[in-house]
Design a protein around this ligand. Structure first.
Ligand SMILES: Cc1ncc(COP(=O)(O)O)c(C=O)c1O
Length: 370
């Protein structure tokens, strides 16, 4: 029996009639940009995130770029970014003409290590972007304390953390602004690209909405140079239907994670995900560390089990950032995690028997000297 990495068709199956009807309605009205489907989704998603406002945008990278832009980050500024994340976090910084300043991650949670902030040369730093990587919130309290001290803005990268929680607070509600991605494979995914910016400063969000719509002040007047990055109404309708199931899907992901935890416990050489006390991990990804990651991935592949690598190269060693002059050895935890991480199948409908199958294959491989 093969085990897919992600089973989106199965997740969507029970919702197809409702989604078909919503899309057909929008096609009949030819309502593709703007309109009530957008407003309804934005309001519902703001409630999910425990914030006052939400602006739907074209994708998660634009969400982060727009957030930085309206917070006034630009050329000459530096933004602290963890060295281990998807490249989009740093790309957003580069998109506004600022420079990412990489720091290492915590060795247990794989999120930005607040201890590393103390060593940062703060002269040009204007903001920090904690990433709630794999679905577990970064340690926001010390990051916020440090940011207050230096007057830094905080932009949460919530692309992998829809409705994750840090104590009593929801991911996206703690920083100045937060960016979400609705890329199809995310815990809340569209039927194409999509993203959102959320926050509590409605004036700032209103400006962001205008910047994302060509900097429009009125139909004809453009107050500033913006971009075209709007969530379209078909995506908003799909997301609105899927949002009603997000909590249940997140719970089922966490249940699958606990099956993995149980079955993978005690395998020598294998590190399972750590759950920091007080944080609700929503398991966008279930990532293990194993010394010979590539061999394990091939062994799983041979028995029909798909897996992924998130991510194989830390950002400070990406060719795109070679000009910043970082070197191997600069961020040892990020380098170790990128060299050894493997993402196992994870989706709400993952069955206990499938987890058994994955765990048995891993145990067999490791026992054979993996
Ligand atoms: C951590 C992180 N940040 C940002 C993004 C960018 O989102 P998008 O692909 O929607 O542009 C992603 C997703 O791909 C991500 O995983």
């Amino acid at each position: 029996m093969t085990v897919p990495f992600l089973d989106l068709p199965r997740m969507h199956q029970p919702l197809l009639d409702e989604i078909d009807a919503a899309i057909s309605g929008l096609i009949a009205e030819a309502r593709f940009i703007g309109g009530p489907a957008i407003t309804a989704f934005e309001q519902a998603f703001a409630r999910t995130c425990d914030v006052k406002g939400c602006v739907g945008v074209g994708n998660g990278t634009d969400a982060l770029t727009l957030a930085l832009k309206v917070l006034g980050i630009g050329p000459g500024d530096e933004v602290v970014v963890p060295a281990h994340t998807f490249i989009a976090t740093a790309e957003a910084v580069s998109n506004v003409g600022a420079t990412p300043r990489f720091v290492d991650i915590d060795e247990k949670t794989y999120t930005l290590d607040p201890k590393c902030l103390a060593a940062v040369d703060t002269t040009k730093v204007k903001a920090v972007m904690p990433v709630h990587l794999y679905g577990q919130p970064a340690d926001l309290d010390p990051i916020m304390t440090m940011s207050k001290k230096h007057g830094w803005r905080v932009i949460e990268d919530c692309a992998q953390a829809h409705a994750a929680r840090y104590g009593e607070r929801t991911a996206g509600s703690m920083g100045d602004l937060a960016g979400f991605s609705f890329y199809p494979g995310k815990n809340l995914g569209a039927f194409g690209d999509g993203g959102a910016v959320v926050g509590n400063d409605l004036e700032l969000l209103d400006r962001l909405r205008r910047v994302a719509d060509h900097g429009r002040q009125t139909k004809q007047a453009h107050g500033e140079i913006g971009l075209n990055s709007r969530l379209d109404s078909i995506q908003a309708a799909v997301l609105g239907i899927k949002l009603k199931h997000l909590d249940d899907w997140n719970r089922r992901r966490a249940r699958a994670a606990s099956w993995y935890d149980e079955r993978l416990a005690g395998i020598s050489g294998l590190t399972v995900p750590y759950r920091a006390a007080g944080r609700t991990h929503i398991y966008h990804l279930y990532v293990v560390l194993v010394p010979d990651r590539n061999a394990l991935q091939s062994a799983l592949n041979e028995v029909g089990i798909q897996s992924g690598i998130h991510y194989a190269i830390p950002l400070h060693l990406q060719p795109a950032y070679a000009h910043l002059g970082y070197a191997a050895g600069d961020f040892p935890v990020s380098e170790r995690v990128t060299a050894t991480c493997l993402s196992l199948p994870m989706f709400p409908d993952l069955e206990e028997a499938q987890v058994d199958q994955v765990a048995t294959a891993i145990r067999d491989h490791m026992r054979a000297g993996g």
